[in-house]
Design a protein around this ligand. Sequence first.
Ligand code: SPV
Ligand code: MG
Length: 432
Amino acid sequence: MKTVYLGMTGDIIHPGIINIITEAAKLGKVMVGLLTDSAIVSHKRLPFLTYEQRLNVVSNIKGVDSVVPQEDWSYIPNLKTYKPEIIIHGDDWKTGPLSKMREDVFQLMKEMGGEVVEIPYTKGITSSILSEAKKSIGTTPDIRLKTLRRLISAKSIVRIMEAHSGLSGLIVENIEIEKEDGIHYFDGMWSSSLTDSTSKGKPDIEAVDLTTRLQSLTDILECTTKPIIFDGDTGGLCEHFVFTVRTLERNGISAVIIEDKVGLKKNSLFGTEVEQNLATIPQFCEKISVGKKAQVTSDFMIIARLESLIAGYSVDDAIERAFAYVKAGADGVMIHSKEKSGDDIKEFCIRFKKEYSNIPIILVPTTYNQFTEKELHSWGANVVIYANHMLRSSYPAMMETAKLILEHERSKEADKLCMPIKTILELIPGTK
Ligand code: SPV
Ligand code: MG
């Protein structure tokens, strides 16, 4: 019997997929090439179900003979490995972004003496339409929490944007642009102490209790599904940190980042005149360790933030601390710097990855913002956080609008800077 190769994501099973499997089974033994998370995120959003869950579903569909992982977005590597006599595909790939891959597949199958079978695409129901519907289903704390680890292992660089309100969260949740290599979007949100306090007109000096920080966080949680990394400041005393970890985890937050400073915390990017006192290594290791013991799931991440470079210490100091924090249980390290050249960060990343290639590095390139995500990844970074850009960009727009109204004694001139009321109705479901 011939082998018929069928590539799929298998996240949402709809009648179109059952149809193509049925057609494939008429031609031979169906081998499904199930795209892995990393193959999918190279071009599309992370699927709802994990690879293991999708494997379970797809292997149990009538007509599927075997399932193999497809590690690449392209079918070509698997076609070379498994040499099926036939590959089957919906005819929708004749045009659009898959048409180049279609040509390559035809060429390869011809060289291998195989055949490409195209079947009419099932109209009216596509995975993309269904994933729109999926968005309206929302998420659960458990699914949201787990997603950050999945993203870190699937993507070369995880892209996180600051959100400080429901509205900014909605932008991060929804915005995407189409580029040559697929859809680009933000993978998750950063709950920043700086932007949260600034949006409330207050200084960034570590809230006395979590309650105020949780107010805006709750607003974001209510209208988004993407994973959230929480800025935990210094984490407070060990006794407090235990509660913070539990509260965040219960709410479906994926990670907390705590910085190794002591005393009154001030924002790291403020001028050099601000004195920064660092915790001793054993002190901070103790905090990480009590936090790790407090968490209930194995998915929640405690990330140690190194302030050595901010406080005027060397890369050597940061490295010594980073190694100690990882040994104490940190699931990742964030290294921060005000240095524009990026040289110190690059040196840190390279040295850290030589010792711990599997521990994620998180960067916050606010000052060294000339480097692209690809460049930061080439140093060893796994996650990039745009830590304050939604808030900072909103301020000039609001200032300009307020000035225009004062100047003209009416609002007509400011209209061009304002979101149309219609957009509000479209953006916020339930107001249409
Ligand atoms: C924040 O966003 O609050 C941070 C990052 O802690 S930074 O402001 O760069 O210190
Ligand atoms: Mg902060």
